[in-house]
Design a protein around this ligand. Structure first.
Ligand SMILES: *Cc1c(COP(=O)(O)O)cnc(C)c1O
Length: 394
């Protein structure tokens, strides 16, 4: 029944657990522990003979509602909610690897994700090969006999490149490796990596799922078998659990996710078309436009554009700073997916720690700007960009 609901209905009603008080809005269970009526009840729970809660680091009712609602949306069997997106991504990767294993990852990754695979994993004897993920031949070439995990994000931050998820999943299956997809930029509405063959999908719920700039959160979704075999013990004993307060905030965020993402995507499509006609702009990258270099893959695996637009100003860093500083409605911030429109200059903020040649490889130049569209009225966003661009020397 629940599984046949359309996404918007799942996001309002899915996974709800009601207490004896019959509260309409989901309750926040701020408790660390749980009471056992008898010693035998405690014993049974620890033996796994009944599936009640034991301790909030393992699981708790509000988190359970958030996990179940996300499972319904994603078509996943099971999930674990985490304190942040990075807690989700580091756990999803490290819980299944040991010294001597190898990761193949697309090099266009969120900065902290790149740190996990490029810097942290090798410290524990886990090898990593970073590749240009746009070409399937690169994935195939990078495979080693000990490759256990493939990792990608699509679309990528900040230049909105895409990777052929079904193609990489096929390669992973040929060698018995697991494909982990960071699906933040696509949102759970526009792309379903598990349906495309990925084994594990991860989110920073901090972004569109909260969508109102309030709290951090993350989630790992997969099959019940994979979670039982790989994540279950790792999660319990390393402690990346989400706060129940944040789980509640994110549950409420899910209720309005489709409305917000629709408005954000409409704004993004409109702003992308507007920017493409501006003299000061050298290039616009938007997954919803026919001129995206990988429009064929986007048509195959995504059902919507994106809430983000990347563009390049002819005047480099000076022009980017002049534009950002002249904006009135659009705020300068490195976050994304927020109700407020946010703009950032990757070369001096999110991607400043990369070597110059690594930035160039990712297509990030001194004039590259990333814009995350909010839910404001599109007329006001266009007017704001228009007045700010008039102050930029072309
Ligand atoms: C923000 C983000 C993360 C990290 O999430 P946090 O909630 O900030 O820990 C990971 N991947 C992508 C693509 C992101 O945008």
């Amino acid at each position: 029944m629940t599984r046949n609901w359309k996404p918007a209905t799942k996001l309002v009603h899915g996974g709800s657990l009601r207490s004896q008080f019959g509260e309409m809005s989901e309750a926040i269970f701020l408790t660390q522990g749980f009471l056992y009526e008898t010693s035998a009840a405690a014993e049974a729970r620890f033996k796994g003979e009944d599936d009640g809660f034991i301790y909030a680091r393992y699981g708790s009712p509000t988190n359970d509602m958030f996990e179940k609602r996300m499972c319904l949306l994603e078509g996943a069997e099971d999930a674990r909610a985490t304190a942040s997106g990075m807690a989700a991504i580091s756990a999803a990767i490290l819980c299944q690897l040991k010294a001597g294993d190898h990761i193949v990852a697309a090099r266009a990754l969120f900065g902290s994700c790149r740190y996990i695979v490029e810097t942290l994993a090798p410290r524990y004897g886990i090898g990593c090969t970073l590749i240009d993920g746009r070409d399937l031949a690169n994935w195939e070439k990078a495979i080693q006999p000990n490759t256990k995990v493939m990792f990608l994000e699509s679309p990528t931050n900040p230049t909105l490149e895409v990777v052929d998820i079904a193609g990489v999943a096929k390669l992973a299956n040929q060698i018995g490796a697991k494909l982990v997809v960071d699906n933040v930029f696509a949102t759970p509405l526009f792309q379903h990596p598990l349906d495309l063959g990925a084994h594990i999908v991860v989110y920073s719920a901090t972004k569109h799922i909260d969508g109102q700039g309030r709290c951090l959160g993350g989630i790992i979704l997969s099959s019940k078998d994979w979670i039982d075999e790989n994540l279950h013990d790792y999660f319990r004993h390393t402690g990346p659990a989400m706060s129940p307060f944040n789980a509640w905030t994110l549950l409420k965020g899910l209720e309005t996710l489709p409305l917000r993402v629709k408005q954000q995507t409409e704004n993004a499509a409109r702003v992308a078309d507007f920017l493409a006609d501006q003299k000061a702009v050298a290039k616009v990258i938007y997954p919803g436009r026919a001129d995206h270099p990988q429009a064929d893959i986007i048509a195959k695996q995504m059902t919507g554009g994106s809430t983000l637009v990347a563009f390049e100003l002819k005047g480099g860093k000076e022009a980017a700073f002049a534009l950002q500083d002249a904006l009135d409605v659009i705020c300068i911030s490195n976050n994304l997916g927020d109700a407020k429109s946010l703009i950032t200059h990757p070369a001096t903020t999110t991607h400043k720690n990369l070597k110059d040649e690594d930035r160039a490889e990712l297509g990030i130049s001194a004039g590259t700007v990333r814009l995350s569209l909010g839910i404001e009225d599109g007329d006001d966003l266009i007017a704001d960009l228009e007045q700010a661009l008039s102050k930029v020397k072309a």
